[in-house]
Design a protein around this ligand. Structure first.
Ligand code: DX5
Ligand code: ZN
Length: 213
């Protein structure tokens, strides 16, 4: 299991130290939540801050856009050379075009599905995707309760992926902890995003990441 701590739960007063600490603790990716105050009822960070995250991080960035204007935000973040940029299917009129755009910028494209969106909605996009991110909370905030129906979605998506594009990864984001990691793994998740579980773990970041892995 690959682990991507979400820096939404980090202490932004000492962000560089936090990034160094999760990288030293052995995370696989650094998950960056970008919210515009329109698609979701919250706002986070833009390219100025993410640029310093990118400089400090020794791990690839996994940028999760929760925005209405994907085109604009992809252009803003592409120069930082993240590993993945994921955008919400619910916010994009032309998902296939957006996937092509992200790939043409040398970045691995991913699509995110909100809790209500059927995994089969990705069927005719899958062959061009490197990852599908399934939300296991409603996007916008860290520290929310895990929605268990994502487990069935993972299994259904896994079947489609095996048929259409076996290299495509499944990432799960929201409410991930040591209490649901086993079921996520059994259902077929490849990467988990974990914010509050990692950053609030009483035994520290290494222990948190290790326990998920
Ligand atoms: C929610 C974000 C998540 C969030 C996860 O909109 O996409 O990445 O930070 O936080 P936890 O792990 O606390 O649910
Ligand atoms: Zn996220």
């Amino acid at each position: 299991m690959l682990v991507a701590p979400s820096i939404l739960s980090a202490d932004f007063g000492k962000l560089s130290e936090e990034i160094e600490a999760i990288c030293e603790a052995g995370c696989d990716l650094v998950h960056v939540d970008v919210m515009d105050g329109h698609f979701v009822p919250n706002m986070t960070i833009g390219p100025v801050v993410v640029q310093s995250v990118a400089k400090t991080s020794t791990r690839p960035l996994d940028i999760h856009l929760m925005v209405e204007n994907n085109d604009f935000f992809v252009d803003l973040f592409a120069p930082l050379k993240p590993e993945f940029i994921s955008f919400h299917l619910e916010s994009e009129k032309h998902p296939d075009r957006m996937i092509q755009k992200i790939r043409s910028l040398g970045i691995r494209p991913a699509i995110v599905l909100n809790p209500h969106t059927l995994p089969e909605e990705t069927e005719f996009l899958l062959e061009n995707l490197d990852m599908v991110l399934l939300m296991s909370v409603n996007p916008g905030f860290g520290g929310q309760k895990f929605i268990p129906s994502v487990l069935e979605k993972i299994s259904r998506l896994k079947r489609l992926i095996q048929k259409l594009n076996p290299d495509c990864l499944i990432e799960v984001d929201g409410g991930v902890s040591d209490s649901n990691i086993r079921s996520l793994e059994e259902a077929g998740a490849d990467i988990v995003v974990a914010g509050s579980y990692v950053f609030n773990h009483p035994e520290g970041y290494s222990q948190a990441i290790e326990s998920l892995r």
